[in-house]
Design a protein around this ligand. Structure first.
Ligand SMILES: CC(C)(COP(=O)(O)OP(=O)(O)OC[C@H]1O[C@@H](n2cnc3c(N)ncnc32)[C@H](O)[C@@H]1OP(=O)(O)O)[C@@H](O)C(=O)NCCC(=O)NCCS
Length: 158
């Protein structure tokens, strides 16, 4: 992985990168977007810009003017979502770099437990990154996820 990659916050990214983020998210998570009646990339962009929240920023890993990946830490709960790596950049450590970036961000915000939920097929990936499944999350905000059988909740002391 190139050391020239930079991490940028959504609002400071070029329009090209912003559009690329929304295009990839829309394609990857179309089922979730459909639940919110979002059926185009443009609607996805408007949706995220409307709910923009400094406590839940979008970070992009960028290579020149190309998107490499994204992650979205929630500083209220020490929770992250929207971990995504563009297919051509996969399996060279970019996902790990984004996870480690967010763990440092949590520590800087006084949070020492990092939490996420994922589909069962990604369980080995998060175990590899030091996370452990939990049915008893330290943060009660996550109780609602615990009984869903296709979702696993993970935590890691950072
Ligand atoms: C999951 C994802 C973020 C991984 O990113 P990545 O940059 O390719 O991963 P890394 O380079 O950090 O890690 C690569 C290692 O993880 C393993 N790995 C990657 N995806 C995996 C998966 N789905 N299940 C198990 N292991 C996986 C690779 O085999 C590789 O192992 P190695 O280090 O022993 O060679 C990426 O595949 C992705 O964006 N997927 C689609 C979106 C998604 O599912 N996001 C997660 C939402 S919770």
């Amino acid at each position: 992985m190139s050391s020239n990659y930079t991490i940028q916050i959504y609002e400071t990214c070029s329009q090209t990168i912003q559009n690329s983020i929304m295009k990839h998210w829309f394609e990857e998570w179309s089922d979730s977007f459909m639940k919110d009646n979002i059926s185009t990339v443009e609607q996805t962009k408007l949706f995220y810009e409307k709910i923009a929240n400094k406590l839940v920023p979008i970070f992009a890993l960028v290579d020149g003017n190309e998107l490499v990946g994204t992650i979205r830490p929630d500083y209220r709960y020490g929770y992250f979502s929207c971990l995504f790596v563009v297919p051509k950049y996969r399996n060279i450590g970019c996902g790990k770099k984004l996870i480690q970036f967010v763990e440092k961000e949590f520590l800087a915000h006084g949070i020492d437990i990092s939490t996420l939920q994922c589909e069962n097929k990604l369980v080995p990936y998060y175990i590899k990154n030091g996370y452990s499944p939990t049915n008893n999350p330290s943060n009660k905000a996550f109780d609602r996820f615990c009984n869903k059988k296709d979702i696993t909740l993970f935590q890691k002391k950072v």
